[in-house]
Design a protein around this ligand. Structure first.
Ligand code: FEO
Length: 385
């Protein structure tokens, strides 16, 4: 696949993977992207996951039509992109590795070598000429590891963005970009909003016609849409109006309260209400939606004088990603000593700009008239503004 006259796609699709990073469901697989820039000199952008080294080198050989690579540019050392560096260097003994100093430190850690006599260390603003193409490197620390560089091709105005603008899903499956890009962003990069903002500021100074990420499709049209979504996500602003109602229920009584609240929110005109059973749902999807919408309702049973474990995990996933700037409402249940609301509130204490709803809902075992009235009052409060 030619991206421009000189830039060729040599990545692979992975439909064998069960969990990406050992954690994330990827029902449509995963793509590990890699690109070859064919000029007077030939540069290859990153390698692919360990299981696909042979397929990748075959793609590369076919794309190069008899040429040999001069450079392997390593933008990111996470093994989904770096696993085949040694394999490549053995296959192409005249090639040099181009990467940041931190990346070479990681190569020593992963492979026991930093390719001492075959390396070019680059830093912010450095360039590498391939002939017609001049590549300019920018540091993008923590998007999503500290060694990351992104690469701008001044000739074809392509920004190679490492993990940024990536998504879950293999490239041979058609699906909406935003859903799986949002779930990917908040799962993988979400903690590093400030660093993603720094990268966007650098990108804003460049004339970018094409974005080549290490995951997901090459982006060629409506780039403002993708850039704008990344700006929203990385600045922790809500993307749209709506509510997540996330519950952790043992026997179904807390679940019924959450369902009643979701129904009432919809009846009151809230267009987007996402209801999640935290013990059974894809937690990464619930996290992505909690960042997507402006209101979040947490409903939990009390358990061991604490919250029910799936709720604890959910709140931890939010707080470790810098959850902030949302309206949060709490529903608690407890048969003898309800503690869930107190615990949930305390867990969110360090989050910036959280507005807690005034109406609290307290269940004593199961819903009754009093708690139903509390739920209805909460639904009214959450839909009044
Ligand atoms: Fe796709 Fe952070 O590696």
């Amino acid at each position: 696949m030619n991206i421009t006259k000189d830039i060729r796609y040599v990545g692979v699709n992975d439909h064998e993977i069960d969990l990406f990073e050992g954690l994330y469901d990827v029902p449509n697989g995963m793509a590990y992207n890699s690109y070859a820039i064919v000029d007077d000199k030939v540069a290859v952008m990153d390698t692919v996951d360990w299981n696909f080294g042979e397929a990748w080198l075959q793609n590369l050989e076919a794309a190069l039509e008899g040429r040999e690579p001069d450079y392997l540019i390593v933008q990111h050392m996470e093994p989904d992109h770096s696993a085949n560096i040694v394999y490549f260097m053995e296959a192409y003994p005249r090639a040099a590795v181009v990467a940041s100093a931190k990346a070479f430190g990681m190569m020593q850690g992963f492979f026991g070598t930093d390719f001492e006599n075959r390396r070019i260390v680059v830093k912010e603003g450095d360039t590498l000429s391939l002939g017609r193409h001049t590549l300019r490197f920018f540091a993008a620390p923590m998007v999503h590891w500290p060694e990351v560089i992104v690469t701008y091709d001044e000739a074809d105005k392509v920004l190679f963005t490492a993990d940024a603008f990536g998504k879950f899903g293999a490239l041979d499956v058609r699906e909406d970009w935003a859903g799986e890009a949002r779930r990917y962003y908040f799962g993988i990069v979400g903690k590093y909003g400030a660093q993603a903002q720094s990268l966007l500021k650098k990108a804003a100074k460049l004339d970018i016609q094409i974005i080549c990420s290490l995951h997901g499709p090459v982006l060629k049209e409506n780039l403002e849409t993708y850039l704008s979504l990344y700006d929203t996500w990385s600045s922790y602003r809500a993307e749209s109006e709506g509510a997540v109602v996330a519950y952790a229920s043992i026997y179904g009584n807390t679940k019924r309260a959450a369902e009643r609240l979701a129904e009432k929110l919809r009846a009151n005109g809230c267009q987007s209400v996402a209801l999640y059973d935290l013990a059974r749902c894809d937690m990464a999807q619930a996290v992505a939606d909690a960042f997507r919408f402006d209101r979040l309702v947490l409903a939990s049973s009390t358990y061991n004088a604490d919250v029910f474990p799936p709720m604890k995990t959910f709140i931890e996933r939010l707080t470790e990603r810098g959850f902030q700037g949302r309206t949060v409402a709490l529903i608690e249940n407890g048969a003898w000593a309800p503690m869930a609301a107190k615990v949930m509130r305390a867990m969110l204490e360090g989050c910036k700009n959280i507005a807690f709803a005034e109406n609290a809902v307290k269940l004593n075992c199961a819903m009754n008239e009093a708690s139903e009235a509390q739920i209805d009052a909460l639904a009214k409060e959450l839909t009044e503004k």
